[in-house]
Write a protein that binds this ligand. Structure first.
Ligand SMILES: Cc1ncc(COP(=O)(O)O)c(C=O)c1O
Length: 421
């Protein structure tokens, strides 16, 4: 982005995507086509409701995923809220959720009165550990939310086996993994319901937007009741069950902004090419890590195909690098000119909200008060240990020729320096 030389007069933040390493990446996330559709929709005053562009986008989403139902929402958080509401989450319930994810994965469940029960990740993939899910199930478990973290894919066979055995529905948070697949199926179409963010930094941007998709009419209709006030009357619902509540549903409004869906329509067309460029770059770097002591790629489960590539973590083993701390190595990599970093997110159990609890509904009625036990450091030894050893490399979306090789060279030089120190 071109920044004006003048200091902004008010504090600002912009959360759309820009090249993570501008000298190695030609990518421009938004172009003429996105601008044109917004311009044309605005002149048509197509600015509110289930407009033709919104409806067409939802239809494309259904076809892409091969699911029966899909509805747009104003962001990924509201898509998750509608998904939780869709599967019947309510006060007193427990939701199993990875501790390694973004807060918005679980926050909507809190507002429905449900308590998070965090789970470990598999340290080789960073995805929720299916065995730990099993250990955390209680009679109160109402749903399991799995997150295809950083664009990698969860162990869906084992997760769906748990769902079949227990009857507990799986919500797939696909906000990092647009277009990822597992054994040929699109992520988000495997669990009982899928939710996506299309926030401006994602592989598919609506600026702000979200999607919910499912094959289950009951989940879908409840998801619509939760947030589609005044747009449903007869057009979305497929059964008569909630007909007498239409067209207002429950009066909540999480409808997508049509202009965002217009932008998403263009971005959706660009997604396959974006995913393929990101995949080529990531795999080229990963292939060459074998020549660098102490650095290795994440594992991908058999049959999984990554997508979205929201971030590019690799694993550092200090034991193979004279015990040099990962934070020190990250500094050395940065000194070589590569925009590497530690994890952009912390672990949820370390946030004060979940560690200490919070009286959400006041008078000690909420899911994080009363008998809520909280969390402390050490509760998730596997995730905590691997978290300390992650190095995030820039995701290049339209790499200049030789970019992957340059990234590898910078990593090599940094490790060599570390070993000499
Ligand atoms: C894993 C995950 N879930 C949910 C969300 C929430 O999406 P949104 O920002 O569109 O509300 C995000 C956003 O970054 C996310 O990364």
């Amino acid at each position: 982005m071109k920044q004006s030389k003048e200091e902004p007069k008010i504090p600002v933040f912009i959360q759309t995507a820009f090249p993570a390493q501008p000298d190695l990446d030609n990518w421009k996330q938004i172009g003429e086509e996105e601008a044109r559709i917004v311009y044309e929709m605005t002149l048509r005053n197509e600015l509110s409701g289930g407009t033709p562009v919104v409806r067409e986008f939802e239809k494309s989403w259904r076809e892409w995923l091969k699911v029966k139902y899909a509805i747009s929402t104003f962001n990924g958080t509201s898509a998750l809220y509608c998904s939780y509401f869709g599967v019947g989450v309510g006060p007193g319930d427990e939701i199993i959720c990875p501790t390694y994810t973004w807060i918005c994965t679980i926050a909507p469940a809190l507002f429905l009165g449900a308590r998070p029960v965090f789970a470990e990740c598999d340290p080789e993939t960073l995805q929720i550990d299916a065995e730990d899910i099993r250990r955390k199930i209680t009679p109160k478990t109402r749903a399991i939310v799995v997150v295809h973290l950083w664009g990698n894919v969860c162990d869906m066979d084992r997760i769906m086996e748990i769902s079949r055995e227990t009857g507990i529905p799986i919500i797939e948070d696909c906000s990092h993994a647009h277009g990822a697949r597992y054994k040929g199926e699109m992520v988000g179409a495997i669990g009982q319901v899928g939710a996506w963010s299309m926030q401006g930094s994602k592989a598919l941007s609506a600026g702000e937007g979200g999607m919910v998709a499912t094959n289950d009419a009951e989940i879908f209709e409840r998801a619509c009741l939760a947030g589609q006030v005044n747009r449903l009357g007869g057009i979305d619902l497929s059964t008569e069950k909630y007909a007498d509540l239409q067209p207002l549903g429950l009066g909540m409004k999480f409808r997508a902004h049509p202009l965002g869906m217009g932008i998403a329509t263009v971005q959706f067309k660009k997604l396959p090419a974006l995913n393929s460029r990101r995949k080529n770059y990531v795999e080229t770097v990963e292939d060459q890590l074998k020549d660098i002591p102490g650095l290795s790629p994440l594992k991908v489960y058999p049959g999984a195909e990554r997508g979205g590539y929201y971030a590019f973590p690799i694993i550092h083993d200090p034991n193979k690098n004279k015990g040099i701390p990962t934070a020190t190595l990250i500094k050395l990599i940065q000194e070589e000119g590569l925009n590497a970093s530690a994890s952009p997110y912390g672990l949820l159990h370390g946030l004060k909200l979940f560690a200490k609890g919070f009286d959400i509904f006041t008078h000690e009625r909420g899911p994080l008060s009363g008998d809520y036990q909280g969390y402390q450091e050490g509760d998730f030894p596997v995730t905590e240990a691997i978290f300390q050893r992650l190095i995030f490399l820039p995701v290049l979306s339209d790499p200049v020729p030789g970019a992957a090789e340059k990234v590898v060279e910078m990593l090599k030089r940094a490790v060599n320096k570390a070993l000499k120190e």
